[in-house]
Design a protein around this ligand. Structure first.
Ligand SMILES: *Cc1c(COP(=O)(O)O)cnc(C)c1O
Length: 433
């Protein structure tokens, strides 16, 4: 399979190059040249095969030409060492729980897959490979844990100082081994800009092997299609139109859902559920895409003012606003509305969401039609945001899973950085020596 750059100013590349480079030389994002629907046999068996087997077949469609079957199967089976159960919340509304992985968030799926695919492609590389990742919350922990202990790979996590929760932070600043946390005195967008600049820097390119692990990497964003299939498989007999409501920030998760739809998954439409960072919402309403600085919200993993994956959505739908807005509807909610929905859902159904899931739940409550069944992606365990969630539903109502309390015992170790690229470059040069 060939991968093209969304900017179309760089040549097409193979999977190995797309995965190891992350970003195209023209700063575009890689996309698979063709998306082939799964065959009828596959859909007939959906629901009768395991999640791992189903995901392996989806992965074979996407990556089968470029990775030996046995290796690909191993990568998929190792990645999905946990399930993504579909949980009924109320009539016609389900939560797709994506938090059963090691760091209790959906990013575990893409991060674990990518770490393994990258290790496969780089197994013959002599030099150390440096993975740069900017995080507004959960990416850092998912990527760091995905790569933890993998030989020949060093991970550098850039995160905005003071803008992620203590629990999120602990999951990547305490790991040690091949993981370094860089505490940037700025915003998430600043962190993302630093990473992008590093990839564009000729001197760094020459001296070290750099790769990204943000949702821009095809090996991170495409595997997220797996659990959309798993959701539909678990619905079993269903005669209504299926709607996915996706709490969105950088839009990698939602884009993977669109890929699943292009692969034939029977999804009627998607809801892009946003907090008050509303640039995509505004685009869907007006046809004008205008980035903004991000604003801080209680659903902080979605505080993104310049969502990278938006260009992929534009590409999938040929820049056609009418087409895009027929498939995706947008919503935007204030912190107050998010709190209200989280509280309502808990009070009326007993189901506790995290603040991100609450955004997507509210979108279904408001937008679902009588002939539709809605699935919202519960992207993190509520205990990852204990402080916020307890404020809303009261102390003692948020269970703390054991694998999370383990992280809290670790000791924080970080490197401090400013927002200027020079400082970051100096740091990278110092470790490349
Ligand atoms: C990253 C994240 C999101 C946003 O996902 P995107 O793919 O960036 O749109 C939503 N919820 C949680 C909990 C996250 O960590």
């Amino acid at each position: 399979m060939h991968y093209y750059s969304t900017n179309r100013l760089s040549p097409e590349v193979d999977l190995r190059t797309a995965v190891t480079k992350g970003l195209a030389p023209d700063r575009g994002l890689y996309m698979p040249e063709t998306i082939t629907p799964m065959d009828l046999v596959f859909f007939a068996q959906l629901g009768n095969i395991t999640f791992q087997e189903m995901a392996y077949r989806v992965a074979s469609n996407l990556f089968g030409e470029d990775i030996p079957a046995g290796k690909l199967k191993e990568i998929v089976y190792e990645t999905l060492s946990f399930d993504t159960p579909l949980v009924p919340v109320e009539p016609d509304i389900y939560a797709l729980e994506l938090f059963h992985g090691p760091t209790l968030a959906f990013k575990d799926v893409g991060a674990r897959f990518m770490a393994r695919m990258l290790a496969h492609f780089l197994s013959e590389e002599k030099q150390t490979v440096h993975v740069l990742v900017a995080t507004s919350g959960d990416t850092g922990s998912a990527v760091a844990n995905g790569f933890l202990g993998i030989d020949g790979i060093q991970v550098h996590v850039l995160y905005p100082k003071g803008k992620v929760s203590e629990i999120q932070e602990k999951q990547f600043v305490t790991l040690g081994q091949n993981i370094t946390a860089l505490e940037v005195d700025g915003s998430f967008d600043d962190c993302q800009a630093l990473v992008k600049s590093a990839f564009m820097d000729g001197e760094l390119q020459q001296k070290m092997v750099l790769t990204s692990a943000n949702s821009i990497n095809v090996a991170r964003f495409l595997p997220q299609a797996f659990y959309y299939f798993n959701a539909v498989a678990q619905l079993k007999k269903n005669y209504k139109k299926i709607v996915f409501s996706v709490p969105s920030g950088n839009f990698g998760n939602l884009t993977a859902g669109l890929i699943a739809k292009k692969m034939g998954l029977p999804v009627s439409r998607f809801i892009a559920a946003n907090n008050s960072n509303d640039v995509v919402y505004n685009y869907l309403k007006t046809g004008v895409f205008k980035t903004k600085s991000s604003v801080a919200t209680i659903a902080n993993a979605m505080d993104v003012g310049d969502p990278s994956n938006f260009v992929r959505i534009m590409d999938l739908y040929e820049q056609d606003h009418a087409w895009i807005s027929s498939v995706i509807k947008g919503t935007t909610y204030s912190d107050e509305q998010i709190r209200e929905s989280l509280a309502d859902c808990f009070a009326t159904t007993g189901y506790l969401t995290d603040p991100h899931g609450a955004v997507a739940y509210r979108a279904l409550k408001e937008k679902l039609q009588p002939d539709e069944v809605g699935i919202f992606l519960e992207t993190a365990h509520p205990a990852k945001f204990t402080e916020t969630v307890e404020e809303i539903v009261g102390k003692g109502n948020v269970p703390m899973p054991e694998r999370l309390s383990e992280f809290l015992k670790g000791e924080k170790k970080t490197v401090a950085l400013g927002v200027e690229f020079e400082g970051f470059k100096k740091y990278l040069l110092s470790i490349s020596a």
